[in-house]
Design a protein around this ligand. Structure first.
Ligand code: 5U1
Length: 665
């Protein structure tokens, strides 16, 4: 046993030197020989195999599905800036919020923003016990089995000074070389190639069989802590990164402490010029306020922190020929011209399609088929045609269709927007297909296994003419389809059944109301307790909801005025779709009878949200302070109420204490 443990420890140390310190002292062959030694010893003594052994990276069993994981702290995204002015503005806002004079430079840490997938890792007692995707920021998917296959990720932390419960966040990615090799292998095997390294990384993490993931060249670099139990580990981000590195986690060696915004700009400039020399794709620089007390004071806005920003690299350009233009019909019937291009490599990615947005855009660009055009690509954004580069020798004008290219329905041009739409609604197979795709998507009803090809077959065979038909599908119908074995058909029926138990905001989002994205659906669901209340809402009520402006309100009103939409909702509910009722006012009310006053500005919630949450817990919120009050919640720049509350002996809560109270009530 001792020999086994020593061998494992050696292997871990060599991995650490190789992946984290970038300073190996063993050749690959020597490392392999050690690893083989471990395998043969473990074969001899199988009952001595431990889950944290370097040999146990690939789990034995594929999963049936990914479990959901609720993050103990939300996984935030970052706001973007695109130029030096944006950086200056960010720095000014930081100074203002910290009440610091502009001359006092802030300590920032700058690091590359990798173009990958954000992941959370949990180490309990130093053992990797859980890994999850970001998901919607609140709830992600359990990808522990897959993350264990990443060799640069320690299954056990080094040392003994780590906290009992440690959450670490970072980016999973595939290097440029790894991506090229992966696509080469796919080509040789006759498989589909990946469009870019980010998609390849995302697809690799979403494999139910960890053996597939293990064959993908995934890497991870850590960049933040999540929830940590116990006393703060350090005072700054840079100290924290040093701790993570000591514990065996890979952090970015080129991150840099920058004193003041000028140094941040210099860092950005240098990285922008040299980014092609790095082994992985990056799409910008992340600038973070280094000191945690300052981060805390700055707080968050919506889903992004005020103490960090993503400073994106400029888009990359390339020149190629416009071969033809096709017209696609979207979920809401909008006809979008799509340019088919002679494939061209831009920033390491092959681009062969670009959006042309609408008819006005084609006119503005003045382009024709056969022209040489300049393509613009910015990170994840769909490439677009920037401008005409050179007219082709033979040119064919781009002619916008007079009727829907899919169903030959009548086209309508709206008075308020440049879009042209097919008027056929769900009678148009393209709109039906996109509607079903949206309905089944992960953030909506999350119907596993209901992919594009299957939806196309349903529509072609006339099995699904409207959303609710999905829930009437039978095993016989499914097994009659191309490439649909009984097992897959059964799995789909199970997934459909499972999707019937959903959540109110998800169902609302799944309905596909124009301009109602995930966040708006969430806000609507917070405000309107049920479908009846939402359907009965008037414009004024809708406008009171965060995120809902006059246009969105109109779309919601129009949606519910259309009888076919109301009928669709009825049919879906009749099919058994349901969600747990969120009890707002009945049941346990832990703050019943408590009288609160809020003062100053809160960073994590708006006043209104704080008020609503308190009311939901049974508390009352008043504007003026008297001795009847139990609590005063103090945000930033609190005024005279604070002194008055102190004089009256009222309990004063900081924002952090208030958040804790809400979370634990
Ligand atoms: N390098 C780096 N990337 N990145 C992405 N740092 C970093 N921090 C992030 C994200 C989303 O979020 C912070 C709010 C922790």
């Amino acid at each position: 046993m001792q020999q086994l443990n020593q061998l494992r420890q050696h292997l871990r140390e060599h991995s650490y030197r190789y992946y984290v310190l970038d300073d190996p002292i063993l050749s690959d062959a020597d490392y392999d020989a050690l690893f083989q030694q471990l395998l043969s010893l473990e074969k001899q003594y199988p009952n001595m195999i431990t889950a944290d052994s370097p040999s146990q990276r690939v789990g034995a069993q594929p999963l049936a599905e990914f479990q959901q994981i609720t993050h103990r702290l939300p996984m935030l995204s970052l706001d973007n800036i695109f130029n030096e002015q944006g950086l200056q503005d960010f720095d000014r806002r930081v100074h203002e919020r910290l009440l610091l004079a502009h001359e006092i430079p802030i300590h920032y840490v700058c690091e590359p923003k990798l173009d990958g997938i954000a992941v959370s890792l949990i180490y309990e007692a130093g053992q990797l016990v859980c890994a999850a995707t970001r998901g919607d920021g609140q709830v992600g998917e359990d990808i522990t089995q897959n993350m264990r296959t990443i060799h640069s990720l320690p299954l056990v932390l080094r040392g003994d000074d780590y906290p009992a419960w440690l959450e670490v966040r970072g980016e999973v990615f595939i290097s440029k070389a790894g991506f090229a090799a992966l696509n080469q292998k796919a080509l040789e095997g006759g498989d589909k190639v990946f469009a870019n390294a980010r998609n390849a990384a995302a697809g690799s993490l979403r494999q139910l069989d960890p053996k597939i993931t293990a064959a993908r060249p995934l890497e991870m670099i850590c960049y933040a802590l999540g929830f940590v139990e116990g006393a703060p580990l350090a005072q700054t981000h840079s100290e924290t990164m040093a701790l993570l590195k000591n514990w065996g986690l890979r952090v970015n060696p080129i991150s840099q402490l920058c004193v003041g915004v000028i140094e941040c700009q210099q860092y950005y400039q240098k990285l922008c010029e040299t980014r092609a020399d790095f082994p992985y794709e990056m799409d910008g620089v992340v600038c973070k306020v280094d000191r945690f007390v300052q981060q805390q004071t700055l707080g968050f806005i919506a889903r992004a922190p005020r103490w960090a920003i993503a400073y994106k690299f400029p888009a990359q350009e390339g020149i190629t020929q416009l071969e033809r233009v096709e017209f696609q019909v979207g979920r809401t019937g909008v006809i979008t011209p799509v340019a088919r291009l002679t494939p061209v490599k831009i920033g390491g990615v092959t681009v062969s399609n670009a959006t042309l947005h609408n008819e006005d855009e084609i006119t503005r660009l003045g382009i024709a088929v056969g022209d040489q055009v300049v393509i613009y690509r910015a990170g994840d954004v769909i490439p677009k045609i920037e401008r005409l580069f050179r007219r082709g020798e033979t040119r064919q004008p781009i002619v916008f269709p007079q009727q829907c290219p899919e169903c030959h329905g009548r086209l309508e041009r709206s008075e308020t927007e440049a879009a042209i739409r097919c008027s056929a609604g769900l009678a148009c197979p393209a709109q039906l297909k996109e509607t079903l795709k949206h309905f089944a998507s992960r953030k909506a009803m999350n119907i596993d296994g209901l992919g594009d090809k299957l939806i196309e077959q349903f529509i072609a065979q006339g099995l699904v003419k409207q959303i609710s038909d999905l829930y009437q599908l039978t095993l016989d119908q499914l097994t009659g389809l191309e490439r649909m074995a009984e097992k897959s058909a059964n799995n789909l029926l199970i997934a459909l059944e499972k999707s019937k138990t959903t959540q109110w905001p998800k169902f609302l989002y799944a309905l596909g109301i124009r301009e109602v994205g995930e966040a708006t659906a969430f806000n609507l669901a917070e405000y309107f307790e049920n479908m009846e209340a939402l359907m009965a809402a008037d414009e004024q009520q809708l406008l009171a909801i965060p995120d809902v402006g006059p246009i969105v309100a109109q779309h919601i009103l129009i949606f519910f005025q259309q009888p076919q939409n109301c009928q669709m909702i009825q049919q879906l509910l009749a099919a058994g779709i349901r969600w747990p009722r969120i009890e707002k006012t009945v049941g346990k009310k832990p703050l019943q009878g408590k009288l609160f006053v809020l003062t100053g500005s809160l960073t994590q919630l708006t006043r209104e949200q704080a008020k609503q949450q308190l009311q939901a817990l049974g508390a009352q919120v008043s504007d003026s302070l008297s001795k009847k009050n139990h609590y005063l919640v103090v945000g930033e720049n609190a005024g005279s109420k604070l002194t008055k509350a102190q004089a009256l002996g009222i309990t004063i809560l900081t924002e952090a204490e208030f958040t804790q109270l809400l979370n634990h009530s």
